[in-house]
Design a binder for this molecule. Sequence first.
Ligand code: GRG
Length: 301
Amino acid sequence: MSQFLVQLGNAATAVEGFLAECLTEQQANGTPPRLADALRHAVLAGGKRFRPFLVFESAGLFGVARDAALPAAAALECIHCYSLVHDDLPAMDNDELRRGQPTVWKAYDEWTAILVGDALQAIAFELTSDPRRHDDAEARAELTHALAIASGAIGMVGGQMLDLEAGRLPDQPAATIADIVRLQAMKTGRLITVGCEMGAILGRASPSDRAALKTYGEHLGTAFQISDDLLDAEGSAADVGKATGKDAAAGKATLIGLLGIQEARQHLDRTIDAAVAALEPFDTKAEPLIAAARHMGQRDS
Ligand code: GRG
C-alpha cells in the first residue's frame, strides 16, 4: 500500500473517532433517536475522508497538530456527507447505494434524509464556531466564513444547481468545456479547495502561503473530478456520449464526454503537475500533499 493510502487511512481513523464522539454528544444532548441513528448511518458508514486529510496535511505544513485540526476537518466532512445524503435523494440523483450501503433515504425515508443533511450542515458550523474546539476567535470566524462560502450558493450548492438545471430544464444549450469546468469547480472543487484553506487558517499562514494552498486545492479539485469521471468511464463505453458532452451512463455533462478518455487523461496529468507546482514554497514538507495530487493519476476508488 502506498504511503499516501496509509496516511489517508490514518486521517480517516482520526476523523471517524472524533465524529463518532460528536454524534454521541449530540444524542446525549437530545437528538431524537431516529435522527441520531440516521446521522450515524450517513457519517460513519465508510468514505475515504479525503477532505479531512487535506485539512490535516495543510495545517501540518505550519506545525499544527492533528488534534487541533480535528474539529475543522470533521466540520468539512459533515458538509461533504450532507451533500451526498441530499444528492442521493429521489429528487436529485435517486441513488439507492452509497459507500456500499443503502443510502439514507433508502434505509430510512426521504424526510429523514432531508433532516439528516440539514442537521449535518448545522453541526459543521457548530464545530467551526465553538470556542471549546478552537480557542482563537479569529480562526473560528475565518473557518466558519470560508466553509460557508465554499458550501453555499456560490460554491457547492450553486454547482449542484448548474448541474441539475443543465440536465432538467428544457432548451438548455449544449455544455461547453468552460461550462463543465465551472460547474465542477463549484460542485466538487470548492470543498476540496477549502480543506486546504482551512489548514492555512488553522496555521495562521501568510497570505502568500494561503494563496499557494488555494491554488493547489483548485488544481487538486479539478484532478479529483476528472479522475472520478475517468473511474466511472473507463469501465464503460465512455466515448458514447462524445457528441453531446454527456456521460453516457449518468446522462450528465463531463469533460470525458467532450474530450474522450485519452485527452481527458492528458488534461489530468497537466492538472496534477500544476497542483504539485503550487506547493513549491513548502519544499519537502509538502510531500503528503504532493502524493495526494499524484494519486489522482492512479485512483482505483
Ligand atoms: C446536494 C447541495 C448538494 C450538493 C451535492 C458533491 C455533490 C454535490 C454531489 C455528489 C455527486 C458526485 C458523486 C460527484 C462526484 C465527485 C464526488 C464528490 C464524489 C464523492 O466524493 P468522495 O469520492 O466520496 O470523496 P467518499 O465516499 O469517499 O467520501
